[in-house]
Design a protein around this ligand. Sequence first.
Ligand code: PGA
Length: 251
Amino acid sequence: MTHRRPLAAANWKMNKTLAECASFFETLNAKLPKSTACDVVVCPPFTLLERSVSLARNQVALGAQDLFWEAQGAYTGEISGMMLRDIGCKYVIIGHSERRQHFGETNQSVNKKVSAALKQSLVPILCVGETLQEMESGRTKQVVQTQLEEGLKGISLQGDFVLAYEPVWAIGTGKSDTPEQSNQTIGFVRTVLAKAAGQEFAARTRILYGGSVKPDNIKAFMAQPEIDGGLVGGASLDPHSFLSIVEAIGA
Ligand code: PGA
């Protein structure tokens, strides 16, 4: 079996001031062991990214929560992959359900963004997941398959790439998916990825679970063979709670 190094990713969403960000890294830097058995990525809002790059210890990589697909130009309000690369950002979340829900993100825009990220050697953390209604009508597989196929259309995948399966109904609700069910869906996502990018690529690509990950449920998710880590929202805002999740993911 291919060994996949686990990954713990924090998604701060629209949270934290500069002072709160500094205090988070102060605690994280003091408590994080010198070497962790998992990769650690923190995704702050754009305003905190550059500062975070200098505050974070070497082993903690920074990620953005979105990007625009053009490199530069007259696109008021947007941030490009080139700009993210320039400040030392390594990862970028793409297609988060909140972008899809509130900001008109589609599989087509996701596709352009994945391609732009790869062009800048940024590692995409591509998010897929079904809504409550889609889950209740038994369409989970169909939905994630379409999101993945359309999101990756025409893109030749190589190098590092991360997927996150996040059932929309589990995000920020405190109602996580069951470890068994998410393991099954993630296994299915891996087969879809294998069709798009080859067996070998799919076998080494990390697929995270996201949606109400907490210090007290992460172990059960990590015990599942298909789950390679977590994309953590609410529970990543407090450094102590994020640290215990990192510890469990690296255990
Ligand atoms: P949550 O968010 O952990 O607060 O549910 C996860 C996410 O949206 O990435």
